[in-house]
Design a protein around this ligand. Structure first.
Ligand SMILES: [Ca+2]
Length: 503
């Protein structure tokens, strides 16, 4: 009796215990599912060479009213008055977006360099957190030089080697009817490139509706060659310079594609849970007089015109709509997303240069522990309203200090007025420079060195590309084979130097 009593009580005890464990498991599963369902979809959009002034809300004389979708985003989200590309040219800024680091640390000190495969990237971190990840558009991180080409099917520096599950990408700025590579297959597409990228992005998002998605849309607009569709130029004055009209038409097309994206996300009831971060990769070009809205310099310069770009974050219901003067940069994108999703700190490779700006979403001012450093095509440091920037080379080097609140056009050098501040900022620049030097030697990587040699090769000089010329011509009948004697940018620079020396 005793025994059976013990057995029966044991059985009851076990049953209760099982029930308890089962309910804990169920609660845990539900909590996980809930957490997953709360994980926002993330879309990073980047325009190519769009200047700070080239957007409707900046009262651009021809674009005002012609970028209604970007204007709406800016109204419902955070509109940055001071959003900075980490560099004044394409590739380095793109490297900063994917790593949260100063581009020189990542193997991308300038144009056409490959992003070091030893870097830890944002898509890798999100993939680990259960996201489906995809890249659409201009890549420019594969170390291939020259105009836009499909990415080689087995390219070691294709987007899939950096954590993207899917990609439809090209080596550089895409245009109308682009040749691209979709997951290793070369394809010829028909249509306006911005619209094509959004269509591909939406297809990806809808196909992965059961999980959170990370979608990178890197447009080739308004980068040259300037070719817009007639319907995108309808709202622009007919009597304006035709090159400028085409350039602005590309911005209108881009805005139209963003409208398609926002509308579809609303139809799918996904807009509320989708964070869209829009910016440009560097300043505008001088081809268009209102591109920089009066800032000094243009693409390629560390004056404001080369690095201050349009920046908007939209996340309906989660962001307090605001226009902010808080200075943020493309290096902050990864740290902010890691912070928002509460992902492990080792998702990023130390040293991280960007900082989370998530407090802004709730209307608070984030705190920066250091300035925003620029080390490509010169040196500059932005600390609050002040900017220290180096001009010139060799013996002609001149440091200048500007108060960007009072003087955003950088006309009045204050170097001699604030010696203590200049000393502090100079020290910060020097310590960042030496830390970057260590990163460049590969000291941030577990291997302690850089494994893959740099490459920066003109595609027309690469035999792998030459083998594909027939395929390119078949996919795009008006595709022109390159002149085999064409010189690379490096060769052209060397020749120019040689000529100058001879003078
Ligand atoms: Ca660019």
């Amino acid at each position: 009796m005793n025994l059976s009593y013990t057995n029966s009580s044991n059985f009851k005890y076990r049953l209760t215990r099982y029930k308890q464990i089962l309910s804990i498991v169920i609660i845990a599963l539900c909590t996980q599912a809930y957490a997953d369902s709360k994980r926002p979809n993330i879309i990073l959009i980047m325009s190519d060479d769009q200047g700070w002034g080239q957007i409707g809300y900046m009262d651009h004389p021809q674009l005002k009213g012609n970028t209604p979708n970007l204007d709406k985003m800016a109204k419902t989200g955070i509109r940055f008055n001071r959003f900075y590309a980490a560099a004044s040219v394409c590739s380095p800024t793109r490297a900063s977006v994917l790593t949260g680091r100063s581009p020189r640390r990542t193997g991308v000190p300038g144009l056409h360099k490959r992003l070091c495969l030893q870097e830890k990237t944002l898509p890798q971190a999100l993939k680990k957190a259960g996201y489906a990840t995809a890249h659409f558009g201009k890549w420019h991180l594969g170390g291939v030089q020259g105009t836009a080409m499909p990415i080689l099917p087995n390219d070691p520096n294709a987007p899939n080697h950096y954590g993207f599950d899917e990609y439809l990408s090209a080596t550089n700025y895409i245009e109308m009817n682009p040749l691209m590579t979709h997951n290793g297959k070369v394809v010829g597409l028909k249509g306006e490139s911005s619209v094509l990228m959004v269509e591909a992005g939406l297809k990806f998002i809808e196909a992965n509706k059961n999980k959170p998605t990370f979608t990178v849309l890197w447009y080739g607009s308004p980068h040259f060659p300037y070719t817009a569709m007639e319907k995108d130029m309808k709202g622009l004055p007919k009597d304006m310079n035709s090159k400028q009209r085409q350039l602005l038409g590309e911005i209108v097309a881009m805005d139209r594609s963003i409208g398609m994206l926002r509308t579809r996300l609303r139809e799918l009831k996904m807009a509320e849970n989708t964070l869209i971060w829009f910016c440009s990769d560097n300043g505008g070009r001088v081809h268009e007089p209102h591109a920089m809205a009066g800032l000094r310099g243009a693409k390629g310069s560390l004056h404001e015109g080369g690095i201050r770009v349009p920046g908007i974050i939209e996340w309906p219901g989660k962001i307090k709509p605001q226009v902010t003067n808080f200075p943020a940069s493309t290096m902050d994108i990864m740290p902010t997303i890691i912070d928002l999703l509460d992902l492990p700190k080792d998702s990023m490779l130390d040293v991280v240069d960007g900082e989370s700006i998530a407090p802004l979403f709730k209307g608070k001012t984030p705190k920066r522990s250091h300035g925003i450093y620029f080390g490509n095509k010169g040196t500059a440091l932005i600390k609050g309203k002040y900017k220290l920037v180096k001009n010139g080379n060799g013996k002609g080097i001149k440091w200048q200090l500007y108060d960007l609140e009072k003087d955003m056009a950088e006309t009045t050098d204050l170097l001699n007025q604030f010696p203590e501040l200049v000393k502090q900022m100079m020290e910060e620049i020097e310590s960042t420079n030496s830390s970057i030097y260590q990163s460049e030697q590969g000291k941030d990587y577990p291997e302690g060195k850089v494994i893959q040699p740099q490459r920066s090769t003109l595609w027309s000089k690469m035999p792998e590309y030459q083998k594909l010329y027939d395929l390119f011509a078949e996919l795009k009948p008006d595709w022109k084979r390159p002149d085999p004697k064409a010189k690379s940018a490096k060769e052209r620079r060397a020749e120019k130097k040689k000529k100058e020396k001879a003078k």
